[in-house]
Design a protein around this ligand. Sequence first.
Ligand SMILES: *Cc1c(COP(=O)(O)O)cnc(C)c1O
Ligand SMILES: [Zn+2]
Length: 485
Amino acid sequence: MPSHASTTAAPTRVDADLAYQRCINSRCAATLPVDRAVFSCPECGDLLDVVYDWDRLPVPSRLSDFEAKWSRRLDPLCSSGVWRFYELLPFAPPDRIVTIGEGQTLLRPSDRVARYVGVDNGNLLLQYEGMNPSGSFKDNGMTAAFSHARMVGARRVACASTGNTSASLAVFCSATEFGFKAIIFIGSGKIAYGKLAQALDHGALTIQIVGDFDDALMRVREVADRLGIYLMNSVNPFRLEGQKTVMYRVLEGLGWEVPDWVVVPGGNLGNSSAFGKAFQELKHLGLIDRIPRLAVINAAGAQTLDLLVRSHGMTWNSGLPDESISRAYYDRLDREQIRASTIASAIEINRPVNLKKCLRALEVCDGVVRQVSDQEIMDAKARVGAGGLGCEPASAASVAGAKRLREEGIIAPSDRVVCILTGHQLKDPTATVAYHSADQDEFDRVLGSRGVKRAGFANRPVVVPNELDAIIRTIGLYSDAPAPG
Ligand SMILES: *Cc1c(COP(=O)(O)O)cnc(C)c1O
Ligand SMILES: [Zn+2]
């Protein structure tokens, strides 16, 4: 389906044949210049990739060469954890780049979480993407998509969102001076408070439609196409270029060693797709000698990938996945009016737009897929919180998934496992407080209907009379108790 959303005047161009767009369908493989903004193949409607002519591009010969940029941190293109790796995503001229200091994130070991997952001390690492300016990994992708938007002269930018994409988009519009106008589409009643607060506070036009995320995404694609508005969802291949850098920083955090596993929650499957592309390119460039295994974790109430891959045997199939499988599944969702439903609202998605790219990533990374229940997600989230840096429910699917794979013997205790904490703890305080709350009614109201039956790791507030003796007694009991986990 051809689109008219492209903008014509490109103020500056990258040498057209060094970076271009290519349809992922191996039978089509149509190519487009890098300065088009259509976001689906004009020939066949499939997803597009950003591809590079690496032989003619200046790529460092060793990954550690990127460390030299640390000494030039006053240059925004060096302090950004995305653009520090410019040579690995060179689709935009440096003078078009839009950065707000994204990607300055951390890889931290947590032995408490290692014990919970069941791997050896030192082997469980949390990649904390909640440190991004808008509080989620989405900023890694937004900086790349905004740079492309600026490159093609776009002003109005739009997305559909379960919350974090819109928060990130709103922050990028408000924190930069390039005249970007934010338009965001959200479903009715399915957005965590922290994220909605960000969209409103940063001044985005916030359009709430009756329906869920899948409805909102279909609608925003139509609207963007009709009005020539630049689309910021992860169907935009430039976003995924930015998200590749999460993996570069993981390698950097490990002294450029490759971990055994990368475990990531799967929603629209942009991250998993980007990670697979990152490793495929690094291997092609000879910058790594092996590729880690990838585990993509669905929530049980939004388990499309898990069902398609494990129950229906869908694979990448050299660029020609059998689409009759996914089509039949989506038809069934429609027929039986099945809607995605999970406490992990960021992955409450039943029609992942990047499905095919994720299938490719699973092949490249010898990947596995699992689904975990809301109970497992909330328990894992509490263990992450007690063991270091907190996260929102969707992020904890990674830790719950690692635990499951460890129990199945697929992950070994001696494996080095990196779980991606995709979003900040304060994104969804409602879920956290309900889990820990002493108030059983509140717990049941917010979490009970989602299949969470018990708060196994609840840290309940202790109600104490306002009397000195009683308070001292309470602190004494706490101090004598064994430390958790
Ligand atoms: C967007 C998001 C996800 C899902 O990522 P995909 O790339 O869509 O699979 C997971 N966790 C958080 C916190 C998110 O914001
Ligand atoms: Zn095509």
